[in-house]
Design a protein. Sequence first.
Lengths: 98, 319
Amino acid sequence: MSASTSASAIEVRIPTILRPFTNGEKIVSADATNLAELISALDKSYTGLGERLLENGELRRFINIYINDEDVRFMGSLTATLKAGDSVTILPAVAGGC
Amino acid sequence: MTRYESLEASLGHTPLIGLPKLSPKTEAGKPAVRLWAKLEDRNPTGSIKDRTAIAMIDDAERTGKLKPGATILEPTSGNTGISLAMIAKVRGYRLICVMPENTSIERTQLLEMWGAKIIYSPAAGGSNEAVRVAKELAAENKDWVFLYQYGNPANTLAHYNGTGPEIFVDLPTITHFVAGLGTTGTLMGAGKYLREKNPDIAIIAAEPRYGEVVYGLRNLDAGFVPELYDASVITRRFSVGAEDSVRRVKELLEVEGIFSGISTGAILHAALGVAKECVDAGVGADIAFIVCDGGWKYLSTGIYGKDGDSEVLDGQLWA
């Protein structure tokens, strides 16, 4: 199934810096049962996006991805499971205020 | 002992306060799930950052890096700068803070009150820009002392030697520790200490999720992970937006009477999420979380009013 069809089950929030890949869309959707599948599905619809998220088969250092607001790096990273209705947020890693 | 030789000496030993009304109810026969708030606003300048600031300055004096009359440089969104400004004033140093322009007015007022000079960095990019500008200034001005809270081990040690042990003494049954993720010093230091005492204690990070402007980097390579950060210390990490943070700040105020800053709302949101999971699983828990500061510095945002809305925080660095 195409990553951009309306029937897709997982909503993905795209940060400004990556929107050139999604034709400016802030929120896209895709079907997947884990994060690796999701990124692969996104890359099929939005060529080049996968390469901005992954490096040598792992999440890039300055990319954070959250499933329902929880950081995937503490949920198995690319093997983190997804189910219909989950919300995924992609954000660049920035310094917190202090 | 409540007598101290000076304001600085009164650092730490902050109270750990039970939240009997905000802690979730459990069914009869099931173990209790309790929330505990560590009130870091009771430090000398009113935030947890007094611990970091004093530790970094003490360390720089001890190692000879900081000499009388020297100029200190620090990137900050407010609290660390305010702490450093007070101590610099008392000990006779000059302080230059690099602060994002999109912070609350009270922070500027407090910094100026203690004599700090402020260099503003652009709003877009948030603290990333403050760090970048400060690093450039440090390279250009070799005689300035760059304490650099994001990479200074004294920051972590302040919490390893202070915050962590204080919590463990007050709450030996602690099961979860929840704190904000900024420099990561609190989580790294207190988290490491608590896990050494009991490896089963979960260390939970609550990371503020700002409006889009703060993530406005020029490219992905301009991203930033603090040098102090060690992911192995952390069990789980949550991203909490302004809406949830403001809702929790108001809940803490209305239900338990505690007047906190906005970042505490993000931390409480994560703590309540974990508490609910414990209730659902039928396991007991003692969840300690950090109240970073009081709400005083954020009154001008208007979020505490009856109709205060989190949308006003969209372009701001609120934690």
